[in-house]
Design a protein around this ligand. Structure first.
Ligand SMILES: [Zn+2]
Length: 336
């Protein structure tokens, strides 16, 4: 494993590759949303920092340092992560695992590396770390990861070199899904990739569940039936579906928004290869023709979804919110 084995994040890899070839600083901060791969990248960077023959692509993979890192047994590398279920890393842990250890010389590498999940550090924990960050021992490098850097003390930010991770492209996320689960159908991988917003970790979690694919199917059928569905069926049968899925209603809205995006593509470019669902494409195009759907109408449907999301977040009456949404969408999608 080296940087090239991690998918995407070219800029971040390039920025981290440079210090591996010279004298690295003492503290780096990797910033990016949860699931984007901060820790994976930090671990590869750590391997490069400990490696006896690093390149800009990270560790060599064959020296004792790289082998210890691969086996998670390197004596000069430590991680301080948030335990599942805990809200914060305890200050006592910052002291016992990091502060009491930094003064001890490295055993086999020329330096020591600490990976710290700064999302788990409340202000007290950050303060405990600060003094060492300000005057780090020569042989120590800190790697901090954080999803929301506005929660970090300005003094922490000013002591670290920030490297930002950006959302992956749809293709990159699909590549990651196919690598982890080779049996995934391409159209399903595309759906997970799109829904994840470019966050590989989130996409991989989604690919272990079935609700996304099921609800996508269900909602596509529903939207395509909307123009002809009766009011009674809408307010009874269809409402029941939303009621049963109330827990992740916002996900359903996001899915519906993606379906309307597909319809917009189908209107402007029916031959587009960007359409997700080949099977439903013909049905979609025939509904669009029959009901003379335009980009303007689809745009209004998106506005309806936005208003629905707002009302739901404001804790409005769920039944009223859903029924109003369904009637408004039906009105936009019907002739006239
Ligand atoms: Zn090596």
């Amino acid at each position: 494993m080296a940087f090239t084995d991690l998918i995407g994040q070219q800029q971040a890899k390039q920025r981290l590759g440079v210090p591996l070839m010279g004298e690295p600083g003492h503290a780096f901060l990797l910033i990016g949303p949860s699931g984007i791969g901060k820790k994976s990248l930090a671990r590869e960077f750590a391997k490069g920092l400990l490696c006896a023959h690093p390149t800009e692509n990270g560790g060599c993979g064959t020296c004792p340092n790289c082998i210890y890192m691969r086996e998670h047994t390197h004596p000069d590398y430590r991680e301080l992560l948030l335990d599942p279920g805990e809200k914060n890393i305890k200050v006592a842990e910052v002291r016992s695992k990091i502060l009491s250890d930094v003064g001890i010389m490295s055993q086999i590498a020329q330096r020591k590396v600490y990976l710290i999940d700064a999302d788990g550090l409340a202000e007290e924990g950050q303060n405990a770390l600060l003094k060492t960050l300000e005057e780090p021992p020569k042989h120590v490098v800190f790697l901090l990861t954080v999803s929301d850097d506005s929660k970090l003390l300005p003094t922490i930010l000013s002591r670290t070199v920030s490297v930002r991770l950006v959302p992956n492209t749809e293709e990159e996320v699909m590549e990651a899904i196919t690598a982890a689960q080779p049996d995934t159908l391409p159209e399903e991988a595309r759906l997970y990739a799109r829904f994840s917003g470019g966050i590989i970790g989130y996409a991989l979690n989604l690919s272990n569940t079935s609700w996304l694919v099921n609800d996508w199917e269900e909602l596509t059928d529903l939207i395509l039936r909307l123009p002809e569905i009766t009011r009674t069926e809408l307010l009874n049968g269809i409402y029941t579906f939303f009621d049963a899925e109330k827990e992740h209603f916002l996900d359903l809205l996001a899915l519906m928004s993606m379906i309307f995006d597909e319809m917009a593509i189908a209107i402007s470019d029916p031959k587009s290869e960007r359409l997700h669902d080949e099977g439903k494409k013909d049905k979609m195009i025939s509904v669009i023709r029959k009901h003379r759907l335009t980009l303007g109408k689809i745009g209004k449907c998106s506005t309806v979804l936005g208003e629905t999301s707002k009302a739901f977040r404001a804790n409005g009456n769920f039944e009223i919110i859903v029924c109003r949404m369904l009637l408004a969408l039906k009105k936009e999608l019907s002739n006239g």
